[in-house]
Design a protein around this ligand. Structure first.
Ligand SMILES: [Zn+2]
Length: 417
């Protein structure tokens, strides 16, 4: 007799080449079996649903109250359909201890961090960029020491390649991150697109901001915001997909969706037409810059990103790979990202719900679909949880949230419909 049986769903596990209707058995917090005849203490009938390895969001901001744009970890994690979330750069060597004690350890969600190359982390979003992220705020030995002290939590380094930093100090800080990544054997996650205040006298030529990065990339480093509309972003203002992108892929670099506020559907279409798909589907979910604990303007999500990319033409199995197997490889954790026997029983369950829905991008371009993949259940270390979906405003109407939940565990009343 095992603990739990998820019965009759289409099981999609790209890491193991599985895509078939099967029963999935869970016992003692681990995957027990796929397709075996087993008796379970609890059976959940999921006929018509999709069962996938627990989704991994490579890009969230969840250092609530210390940064001015952090979300509650479980709201961004299990309650948004992700069983593992990776905070990108909210922490630095000075602030990681608090993140572990007050955010990562108490969360039900599996929370990891890419720690900022600067000592403090991104306390004030991009707004204090020149104060917080200047070369004087970098201490490579301190970063490597904290990463060595917390190897399960710190899985990489967050840094930036954008116009503001380059107008002030060139790529000096980026090169420090490259040095730290090589010395500590840690992957980099590199933000792209103007973020910090720009010294206009030294503004770099937008189409040239990114190409210079290629010589410094190592296999497994990630470039964020692949379909961003920012003038200095990955596609920038090039008419054709620039050669440096293919050179970066050739070197083993990965591209993250980094959905956020700058996603442009026409740039996505142009790049997909040349075979450039995101390797991972990070959401970049964060609260409003400038007022603590305000989620009212958040209008994109991990699962919204999944639905948008599938509608734009990314094959579903590849999109699920980008939410599971590939980010697990970046995190170098073989216990997550797949449904092989004895993997952690972290599972995301989706259901394709028919009905018209229109997504919009940064430029208010519309993308209308005839059905959506909505989260029905997550299983976290064997424990089934109905996600409250409070942060999925790009994907679901308030009345579509699971019945019985009127407000999230910790969202203040009145900030959401
Ligand atoms: Zn971000």
């Amino acid at each position: 007799m095992i603990d739990l049986l998820l019965r009759g769903a289409r099981v999609i596990d790209p890491a193991n080449g599985v895509d078939r209707v099967a029963d999935l058995g869970v016992d003692a917090g681990r995957i027990h079996s796929i397709g075996a005849e087993v008796k379970a203490r609890r059976v959940i009938d999921l006929a018509g649903a999709i069962v996938a390895p627990g989704f991994i969001d490579m890009h969230v901001h969840c250092y609530e109250w210390v940064t001015n744009f952090g979300l509650p970890a479980d709201a961004a994690g299990i309650h948004s359909g992700a069983t593992t979330i990776v905070d990108q750069g909210s922490t630095g060597a000075w602030t990681l201890g608090g993140f572990k004690a007050f955010i990562a350890d108490p969360a039900k969600t599996d929370v990891r961090a890419f720690t900022s190359i600067n000592l403090a982390g991104a306390l004030q979003g991009g707004m204090q960029g020149t104060t917080l992220h200047n070369p004087g705020m970098v201490d490579v030995p301190a970063l490597l020491a904290i990463a060595a002290e917390h190897p399960r939590l710190v899985r990489g380094i967050k840094c930036h390649c954008e116009s503001g930093s380059q107008s002030h100090w060139g790529i000096e800080v980026l090169l420090k991150a490259v040095e730290a990544g090589r010395a500590g054997d840690l992957p980099l996650y590199i933000h792209t697109g103007e973020l910090f205040p720009v010294d206009e006298a030294n503004r770099p030529q937008p189409n040239a901001v990114m190409a210079q990065i290629v010589p410094y990339l190592k296999p497994g480093d990630t470039l964020a915001h692949v379909y961003s509309c920012m003038p200095d972003g990955i596609m920038a203002r090039h008419e054709e997909v620039p050669d440096w992108i293919f050179a970066a892929k050739e070197k083993g670099a990965l591209f993250d969706l980094g959905h956020g506020i700058n996603l442009a559907f026409d740039i996505a279409r142009k790049m997909m037409a040349k075979g450039i798909y995101p390797d991972t589907l990070g959401s970049d979910v964060h609260a409003d810059f400038g007022s603590y604990h305000d989620f009212s303007i958040l209008n994109y999500s991990l699962l919204g990103g999944l639905n948008k990319l599938v509608a734009l033409g990314m094959p579903l199995v590849e999109a699920i790979r980008a939410l599971t197997a590939t980010p697990a490889r970046t995190l170098r954790d073989s216990s997550i990202g797949h449904l092989g026997v004895s993997a952690r029983a972290n599972i995301t369950v989706l259901r394709d719900v028919p009905g018209s829905w229109t997504f919009t991008d940064t430029w208010k371009q519309e993308l209308t679909v005839t059905s959506r993949l909505l989260p029905e259940l997550v299983v976290m270390d064997g424990d089934p949880i109905i996600p409250d979906c409070m942060l999925l405003s790009d994907l679901m109407a308030p009345h579509e949230r699971p019945r019985g939940i009127t407000r999230s565990h910790d969202l203040p009343a009145g900030t959401r419909a």
